[in-house]
Design a protein around this ligand. Sequence first.
Ligand code: GRG
Length: 303
Amino acid sequence: MTDFKDRLSAAQKEVNEVIEAFLPKEEGKARLIFEAMNYSVRNGGKRLRPLLMRESFRAFGGDKLTEKLLTEPFMAAIEMIHSYSLVHDDLPEMDNDMYRRGKLTTHAAYGQDIAVLAGDALLNYAYETIISACVSADTAEKRLAAVRAAEIISVKAGVYGMVGGQTVDVSKTGQRLDDSELEFIYELKTGALLEAALTVGAVLAGATDEKVAKIETASKRIGMAFQIKDDILDETSTDEILGKPVHSDAENNKTTYVTLHGIETAAKEADRLAAEAKMILDELGLCGDFLSGLFNYLVERQH
Ligand code: GRG
């Protein structure tokens, strides 16, 4: 376990360096927007999506040059997309949260107008980063893989993915949902970006369609387990450990897996889904891999 923790923090440090290299310079007349963008990204997140992307890429045998040219910009881009979603989710019009990761949220630090723009800017900058990577691919085969990866990320982040899930979530707040509605929201709002991370890693590494489909299924299971764990932490953790107010689901009158089934059943379901996801990794021959350790971490994490 200590070995895994050390490896995880070393990997998170490396991922932070990758992300940092793609952040915009804070300069010029519009300097404020760059500051707000960077503030939103540089705030101690766990970097799970870029990390999962990199480890999937490596597990599927991706080479060092492609990692540098393609995977790294995609890693930075997915974290920009994740950060934009959090900036917008924290706005008064959505969850109205003042703290995230133990720091003021972007709207609390910069005002709502700049927070809306910072979210927009991060989303757009993510695609600027991805398109530059596609253009700079050094072979036609890699360019094709990069374009396929760009398609995956754009679909999973958009109306058929995260934005679609968030729309149903926001519009149903205050109503009691059933399991299938909740599953729809979790699969899109939370799962889609994790799926994008793992499948993009596989596609950029040149994995076969069959393997890409398998890792996509594994990501669906682990994405669901991750969100159920999030529900459990909202109920059982503290503001200090989580870096944001706990019990926000209850305060926002949200149906969660925990409100529907209770903590014990939720914990069992998260473990069951994680076990299924790891079985798929096993079928792919990736069971002893760091990736499998990351899957455990997603359901065992304390924040
Ligand atoms: C605004 C389009 C739009 C979408 C927002 C991400 C999201 C959708 C809402 C945030 C609320 C929430 C609980 C989402 C579920 C996904 C989730 C658990 C996000 C937090 O991800 P972590 O734990 O965060 O990876 P860090 O802080 O580590 O980056």
